[in-house]
Design a protein. Structure first.
Ligand code: ATP
Ligand code: MG
Length: 197
């Protein structure tokens, strides 16, 4: 048997295995996705999924924890396409150095997030940078889990941010960890509009 034949045989086998798995996937409900890790690409993945849903005519909401004071290309675009945004009205903790202020800001945006997570009209909700709110204890993890577990059955939820709590990963159906091999910032290159925000 030639190399090409062997390759084709392997591909055929792989394809039939994948087809089998697709055929045996019986459940259909909204999913919980966690995109974590230290590499670049977590929020862009979350927003990409929102864009994908919107492209199919679905309804989406986005909660932005932390980055409220930053410009955001995705927000400019998706807001024009009917995506609801709840934005935390504060900068980074290490800018404000005021934990109580940040906690109140986190709680305020979380209340809006909770309303989205209970809204049966929404197909997808992105909780961008939620992981930090849990790590800093600005938002109660038990409450986050309870609200997500009791969301409308067809709603999918995407959580992004570094260091996702193990209980968030346990709750999720899909967990991806973005690993950094190198980043432009490490060799002195400035963040760029359209690439980094
Ligand atoms: P992006 O929004 O580009 O998908 P992200 O959500 O994965 O990035 P965050 O931790 O939210 O990453 O950080 C956002 C900003 O920090 C972006 O400007 C991004 O380019 C930058 N960044 C992400 N990962 C790294 C890294 N490993 N080193 C330096 N800067 C990074
Ligand atoms: Mg991010």
């Amino acid at each position: 048997m030639s190399d090409t034949d062997r390759y084709q045989q392997r591909q055929q086998k792989l394809k039939s295995q994948i087809d089998e798995r697709i055929a045996s996937a019986q459940h259909e409900r909204g999913l919980v996705l966690v995109i974590t890790g230290n590499g670049k690409g977590k929020s862009t993945s979350g927003f990409g999924t929102v864009a994908r849903a919107v492209g199919h005519g679905q309804q989406a909401g986005v909660v932005q924890f932390i980055k409220g004071t930053w410009a955001c290309g995705e927000r400019n675009l998706l807001a024009q396409h009917g995506v609801q945004f709840a934005v935390m009205a504060t900068g980074f903790t290490w800018d404000t150095q005021n934990k109580e202020h940040d906690r109140r800001a986190a709680q305020a945006v979380w209340q809006q997030g909770k309303a989205m997570l209970a809204n049966p009209n929404l197909d997808v909700v992105l909780l961008d940078e939620l992981t930090y709110m849990v790590s800093y204890d600005y938002i109660d993890l038990d409450e986050v889990i309870e609200v997500i577990e009791h969301r409308p059955i067809d709603m999918s939820v995407i959580i992004t941010g570094r260091g996702a709590h193990r209980r968030l990963m346990a709750l999720a159906d899909t967990v991806s960890e973005v690993q950094s091999r190198k980043h432009a910032f490490d060799h002195g290159l400035k963040a760029r509009q359209g690439i980094d925000w």
